[in-house]
Design a protein around this ligand. Structure first.
Ligand code: BES
Ligand code: MN
Ligand code: ZN
Length: 512
């Protein structure tokens, strides 16, 4: 036996003996008690130790406050630190909370930061202690757990080596652990699971995730949930309905387009409908994109993932609402059979579109999706969600989605839900002049304007051309927020799953 094969055999033996690759910590709740030793995480504000941290400090004879002062831990949000060798504890973690925790978002950030710190520790069990009396939030422990589940997300299925660090348990200490557990399990875990479902879809590369596999993943995720019905339109069904815009975008790909419809009936009456852009890869088509960063265009189906995830959250927590997700799924590729600039397609609405850029494809698939939504469901509310334009990314960055609507009341409702959910929006205008920008010489409308001005608004305007005046409609451009180049406490870098929590919150606030 050569030394090389011995080495390989040895490493296989080591792997076999290693703990199973449980990638993330399970969430548990336990009574509030910082005196039971082990690994513990506490929050520290910029004005010093508070609540549980002070209690712990007393127990440790002031060692904690001396460490904080000596190490210049400022307690700012985003700051965290591990202290070792404190009597009775394997590790004590400090998480900065700045001027304090004022709302549910602050608790989620604390939970996420704690989970991310705990992920670097080898301890089987890590406790997070937060004094739950002061914050004006029901069941703060449930929000901490929710944040932890969001924050510890990772997408490591393509890593060959098992990612063992950070496995085990994260124990949330609460004054009323069983109430916190019940609140978390029934109302928030389903939402976290749906966010993670959306993140998984967005993270998957386009050789794995294309229209048909998007549908398969959706079927698997909804398996066994009550009140759910899934329908799928294939190209021949789309042709029958006249969906020339969606078909045109997909015609250059060997992966066939699909229109996926997921309905959840938790109540009677007309549904709220969420329609999502589902371009599983956007090369630009014949109007091909430059190659730098093109790999990221696997995330161009994030709108479809968000709307499907939102309905998964609603079904998972048995919300009393009738909600429908429509995912317009296609791959935008250059090929001999691909759509060309200058082509004219006929949409399901019968209006014709002259294609001036095959890279403005999201609005095309949504033109058919929103028209179908209105014909089929007469929705009480229609929201489309799309990574529609680079322009919104330039304007609003990674912090706000662009919100477009002509309905001020709806704008206020979405704005409020976004702030509550921690997925904020910023409203941008739909100026009447944008209609003139997309007039075509030979068809009813063209898919881009002749200038680079107000790109996000023109895209929104185009979709709005397929929305009837009587439909309550809003458009969310999530091109800036669906993917983060740098992570946060509740959204590690990469796919954010943006939109799931916002739409879930909107239903909580106004529709259930
Ligand atoms: N998927 C892109 C938008 C995008 C760009 C999302 C960057 C995320 C990051 C969309 O299909 C697109 O290509 N839009 C064009 C529109 C233009 C041709 C009017 C754009 O934004 O450049
Ligand atoms: Mn494009
Ligand atoms: Zn696109």
């Amino acid at each position: 036996m050569s030394s090389r094969s011995i080495a390989r055999w040895a490493s296989v033996a080591l792997l076999a003996g290693a703990p199973a690759a449980l990638a993330e910590r399970a969430i548990e709740f336990a009574p509030f008690d910082v005196t039971s030793p082990g690994a513990l995480i506490v929050a520290v504000g910029s004005d010093g130790l508070g609540g549980p941290a002070r209690e712990l400090d007393e127990r440790l004879g002031g060692a904690l406050s001396r460490a904080v002062a000596g190490l210049e831990f400022a307690g700012e949000p985003g700051e965290s630190m591990t202290l070792g060798a404190l009597e009775g504890y394997t590790r004590v973690g400090l998480v900065g909370i700045g001027s304090g925790i004022a709302d549910a978002g602050g608790l989620r950030d604390l939970g996420g930061a704690a989970a991310q710190l705990a992920a670097t520790w080898p301890d089987e069990t890590v406790a997070i202690a937060w004094d739950d009396s002061p914050a004006a939030v029901d069941r703060p422990g449930a929000q901490i757990a929710f944040g932890a589940l969001l924050g510890q997300y990772r997408f490591d299925k393509f890593k060959t080596e098992p990612q063992a660090a950070g496995a085990g348990v994260l124990r949330v200490l609460a004054r009323e652990p069983s109430a916190a557990r019940a609140e978390f399990e029934t109302r928030w875990r389903p939402v976290a699971d749906a966010v993670r479902f959306a993140r998984d879809l967005v993270s998957e590369p386009a050789n794995e995730l294309y229209p048909e596999t998007f549908v398969e993943r959706t079927r698997a995720a909804f398996e066994g949930l009550a009140g759910v019905e899934i329908e799928v339109l294939d190209p021949s069904a789309m042709r029958e309905l006249g969906m020339g815009a969606l078909l045109g975008v997909g015609q250059g790909s060997r992966r066939e387009p699909r229109l996926l419809v997921v309905s959840y009936r938790g109540a009677d009456g007309p549904p709220v409908v969420f329609a999502g852009k589902g371009i599983t890869f956007d090369s630009g088509g014949i109007s091909i994109k430059q190659s730098a960063g093109m790999w990221k265009m696997k995330y161009d189906m994030a709108g479809a993932a968000a709307v499907t995830g939102a309905v998964l959250a609603l079904a998972g927590r048995r919300a009393r609402v009738h909600a429908v997700a429509i995912a317009a799924l296609a791959e935008n590729m250059p090929a001999a059979g691909a759509q060309r600039p200058g082509d004219v397609v006929r949409t399901m609405s019968d209006r014709t579109v002259e294609i001036h850029s095959t890279d403005a494809e999201g609005r095309l698939v949504l033109a058919d999706a929103v028209w179908y939504a209105q014909q089929r469901f007469s929705p009480r509310l229609l929201i489309d969600v799309a990574t529609l334009t680079g322009s919104v990314r330039v304007a609003l960055g990674e912090e706000y989605a662009g919100l477009f609507t002509r309905d001020d009341e709806l704008a206020a409702a979405i704005d409020l839900a976004g702030r509550r959910a921690g997925e904020p929006v910023w409203r941008l205008p739909l100026h009447p002049s944008y209609a003139a920008d997309i007039e075509s010489d030979i068809a009813d409308i063209k898919n881009i304007s002749g200038t680079r001005l107000a790109g996000a608004g023109v895209g929104a305007q185009f979709i709005g051309e397929f929305v009837e005046q009587t439909t309550r409609w809003a458009h969310l451009d999530i091109a800036g927020v669906a993917w983060r180049d740098e992570g946060t406490s509740t959204a590690p870098k990469g796919a954010t799953g943006y939109g799931v929590r916002l739409l879930d919150q909107l239903v909580r606030d106004f529709h259930q």
